[in-house]
Design a protein around this ligand. Sequence first.
Ligand code: NAI
Ligand code: MG
Length: 365
Amino acid sequence: MARRRLARRQSMTKRVHSIAVIAGDGIGKEVIPAGIAALEAAMRGTGAELSFTELPWGCEYYGQCGRMMDRDGFERLATFDAIYLGAIGSPTVPDHIAVWDLLLPLRQRFQQYVNLRPMRLLPGLSSPLANRGPADIDMICVRENSEGEYAGLGGRLHVGTPHEVAEQTGLFTRHGIERIVRYGFETASRRPRQLLASATKSNALRHSMVLWDEVTESVAAAYPSVTLRKYHVDALAARMISHPQTLDVIVCSNLFGDILTDIGSALSGSLGIAPGANINPERDYPSMFEPIHGSAPDIAGKGVANPIGAIWAGAQMLDHLGHRDAHDRVVGAIERVIASGRSRTPDLGGQGTTRELGDAISSEI
Ligand code: NAI
Ligand code: MG
């Protein structure tokens, strides 16, 4: 492990970065090729390159093999510098199997405890909120990604009988809260507003969220330049709608972040735009980059999915691999193509296809 960790740290200065690609299901298969094309364009001329290895895992694979991924899947993935993921999920496989056989264990096993999700209204797009522009909606969510409500603990008893019971236990550790809150403060301290909102619910969740608040307060002492505000998550959800301009970095638990980032992506004009990075900051394991949307069975196969979430997540991957310039080139190209109105997919009110929008972004890069 120490050797792998060293290799991954050095991967920031490597000439070839090895990327495992799991396009997955539904529109995952449509948006990932657009992402790969954009990333290759962005790396051209940098002296470094990406080497992609496609892995056929997901629900279709489950249909053939009865498993979401190979038995040695984690061991194989651990050898890569990063993982690029489309989406997992299909009407043919129960969601809790699809998610628990691949996605959540991956985030946990590889200690990808930071889920970093920008929520930003790009110039040229309109938000569903009236009279709000890009200056009002520019937030980033730092979501706990390894424990909390999605720890997976619990069980069912007396299944199928009238007194059937299900228990789902949230698990919060001081260590887990401290590392995510610290990452939240670090993120806030690098942004101009130096503003951190902590999502809590310590009025009702009197054990887990009280610990959350206590740990947050104790970490805050090390970041005197950052203004910390504490909001109950329900009020924070409302605030994202009514006063989005008052929010910058949001740090929150796993479930809260899942919900708040769907609100944030809707405020940004479309779920199809929002990117997400699952980061293991210590680089002991590969980090994973994916659009936040799912496999969208309702539009899958039509070639009209918005590829921006996948392309932007790919840009986050370049940043993580040490190529901040290439990241900026990709995000800049997304911004210019959107601002020009050149190509828009139906979710953005246009008639363009995944390929047209993807090609427009790649050639802009
Ligand atoms: P979803 O994100 O797939 O779709 C929600 C709505 O947004 C749909 O109307 C869809 O057409 C639209 N949409 C999503 N991405 C879009 C894009 N790129 N361009 C245009 N429109 C887009 O969420 P849903 O329907 O709840 O889940 C569908 C499947 O995906 C389920 O099996 C679910 O478990 C899975 N899922 C997987 C995730 C992952 O792999 N990380 C995340 C969320 C859901
Ligand atoms: Mg979600």
